[in-house]
Design a protein around this ligand. Structure first.
Ligand code: PGA
Length: 259
C-alpha cells in the first residue's frame, strides 16, 4: 500500500488523475472501476481537463461502477448512474454504451449482480479501480461485518452511512435514502489490478488509520486492501493525520512517484 499525502485535496486529485491519464494513454483499452461520492468529483474534473486538452482519449475505455441504490432508476437524480453521467461521462469522450452501473431496479437483483461480475470477467477484469472510503471504513457499500471475500450482491446500509449520504445527496432527509444497495464485493474489488483510493478531511482520519494500520478485519472492509499488491491512497494531511508512520509513507510514495 502506498499512501500519498498531499497538502490539499486539489493536489491529491490532480496526482490521482495523472495516474489514470498515464494508464489510459499507455493502454487506450483500459478497463476502469469507478466510484461515486463527493470525494472523486475533483479527480473526475481533472480527468475531463486532460481530455479537453487532447492529452488522452476514453473512446475505447470501458467502465464498471462500484454500486447503486436499490429502488432508484438510473434517471433519478440521486442515482449513481445519474451522478456518473453528470460528473464524468458527459465530460469525457467515453461511449455511454461502454459504461456500466448496476441496475437498481433489476427484478432479480442477485442475477443482476452475477451478470455484472461475468461482464467484468469477460472484459478481462478491472485494470484500475477508483475508491472512496466511508467514515466507517467501508469500500463501495461493504459495511462493517461484511466478509472480506464477498462478491457483488445486495447489501444493507448502516445508519451511519444512511446519515452520511443523506447529508450529501438527499437534502439531509434520512428517510429518503434507500436502505439497500447493489454493491461490488470486497473480494471483487480486490481483484482489480491497480487500486486508487482517495480520502479527504478529518472525518476520514479514523477510516484511513483502520485501512492502513489497523488489523485486517471485516470491521473496516477497506483494510482488505492490505493484501492487495498495487494500492495507492491519495489523501490530504487531515485524512492522514492519525497515521503513525505518515512521514515514512509520504517520503516513500513521493520518491516512487518522482515528486
Ligand atoms: P464520500 O463517500 O466520497 O461522499 O465521502 C465515500 C464512500 O462512502 O465511499
Amino acid at each position: 500500500m502506498e499512501v500519498v499525502i498531499c497538502k490539499t485535496k486539489e493536489e491529491a486529485s490532480r496526482l490521482a488523475a495523472d495516474m489514470i491519464t498515464a494508464a489510459v494513454k499507455k493502454n487506450p483499452k483500459t478497463v476502469l472501476g469507478l466510484a461515486t461520492g463527493s470525494t472523486p468529483v475533483m479527480m473526475y474534473s481533472e480527468m475531463a481537463k486532460a481530455v479537453k486538452a487532447k492529452k488522452v482519449s476514453y473512446k475505447l475505455v470501458k467502465s464498471w461502477n462500484l454500486d447503486e441504490y436499490v429502488g432508484l432508476a438510473g434517471t433519478h437524480d440521486q442515482s449513481y448512474r445519474y451522478f456518473m453521467n453528470e460528473n464524468l461521462f458527459k465530460k469525457i469522450d467515453i461511449k455511454l454504451s461502454n459504461t456500466h452501473v448496476l441496475n437498481g431496479l433489476a427484478k432479480n437483483p442477485e442475477k443482476e449482480c452475477r451478470a455484472y461480475e461475468a461482464q467484468i470477467k469477460k472484459a478481462g477484469g478491472i485494470d484500475i479501480q477508483v475508491l472512496g472510503i466511508g467514515s466507517d471504513g467501508h469500500i463501495a457499500f461493504n459495511e462493517p461485518g461484511t466478509s472480506l471475500s464477498s462478491r457483488t450482491s445486495v447489501v444493507y446500509l448502516t445508519p451511519s452511512t444512511i446519515k452520511d449520504n443523506a447529508r450529501l445527496f438527499f437534502g439531509g432527509d434520512m428517510s429518503k435514502v434507500p436502505t439497500q444497495a447493489l454493491s461490488m464485493g470486497v473480494g471483487t474489488i480486490c481483484e482489480a489490478k491497480k487500486i486508487i483510493m482517495l480520502a479527504f478531511g478529518k472525518g476520514k482520519a479514523d477510516a484511513i488509520k483502520g485501512c492502513v494500520e489497523g488489523g485486517m478485519s471485516q470491521f473496516c472492509t477497506a483494510s482488505a486492501l492490505q493484501a492487495h499488491n498495487d494500492t495507492w491512497i491519495f489523501c490530504d494531511e487531515a485524512a492522514a493525520s492519525k497515521l503513525k508512520l505518515k512521514d515514512y509513507y509520504a517520503w516513500r510514495s513521493a520518491t516512487k512517484l518522482g515528486l
